[in-house]
Write a protein that binds this ligand. Structure first.
Ligand code: URA
Length: 238
């Protein structure tokens, strides 16, 4: 696609539009090896190479980041009170219109996918596409076979909302069992409300996987990293 050089540079997130214009004016920007000082020059983003002070820019259309969300952070782009998942992303991405593809509650931890690709977000969140989100839930009480069956079969929440069947696996039994649960939907407080409807409760919740991609256990809470191109595909096709 043909687009303005200053817009292309700022869309990569590292430089603001104004900074991109300054760089272009100063002669620091080369397109296909030739210095271009016209900020409005039209360039083809799919074929051109752009370098800034001799360093080639990797031109990415969209950004896909895996964040390990801590407690106390909200899954929003801005919030008057609490820190948001976007506040945890470094300035390198400041020019991007990033948002979380799916929300976790303020007390839930784990994998949040941050992107600026709206179509991708829509595809991975739509229940129609059956992309599983995997969670580990620490329950308030010992879990019964009946509770597990009710959630696995598709439970009706206390307000009458019907949930699709979920996949369940008990990872640790006991007084406060740890249960892995996979769902393809993202209703408000869904997992907490599913277990509440079954007669139990959730005291800790962590998202461990989106589609075929596991949360990288090298990421401490609050840290993020870009997904590899293969991982981006695996989210949808895992
Ligand atoms: N279900 C919940 O109850 N909370 C979350 O954060 C995600 C799924």
């Amino acid at each position: 696609m043909l687009q303005r050089l200053d817009k292309l540079i700022s869309s990569q997130g590292k430089y603001s539009r104004k900074e991109a214009q300054e760089l272009i004016k100063s002669g620091a920007v080369k397109v296909d090896g030739i210095a271009v000082r016209d900020r409005g020059a039209k360039v083809d983003d799919s074929t051109c190479s752009v370098s800034i002070n001799g360093e080639e820019m990797k031109l990415e259309k969209f950004v896909y980041l895996m964040l390990n969300k801590p407690k106390g952070v909200v899954s929003a782009t801005n919030d008057g009170t609490n820190k948001t998942v976007i506040d945890l992303i470094s300035d390198e991405y400041k020019g991007r219109n990033l948002f979380p593809a799916g929300r976790l509650d303020i007390t839930t931890t784990g994998f949040v996918l941050i992107t600026d690709d709206g179509d991708f977000a829509h595809r991975i969140l739509s229940p129609k596409n059956h992309i599983e989100k995997t969670y580990e839930a620490r329950l308030a009480e010992a879990v019964t076979e009946e509770q597990l069956r009710a959630v696995a079969e598709g439970i009706v929440l206390k307000d009458g909302t019907e949930c699709l069947p979920a996949k369940l696996r008990v990872l640790e039994s006991g007084e406060n069992p740890l249960v892995e649960i996979k769902i393809c939907e993202g209703k408000y407080h869904q997992i907490k409300r599913m277990f509440a409807a079954a007669g139990n409760g959730v005291i800790e919740l962590k998202r461990t996987k989106m589609g075929g991609v596991e949360l990288d256990n090298n990421l401490s809470e609050g840290e993020f990293r870009p997904l590899t191109p293969d991982e981006v595909k695996l989210v949808e096709n895992g």
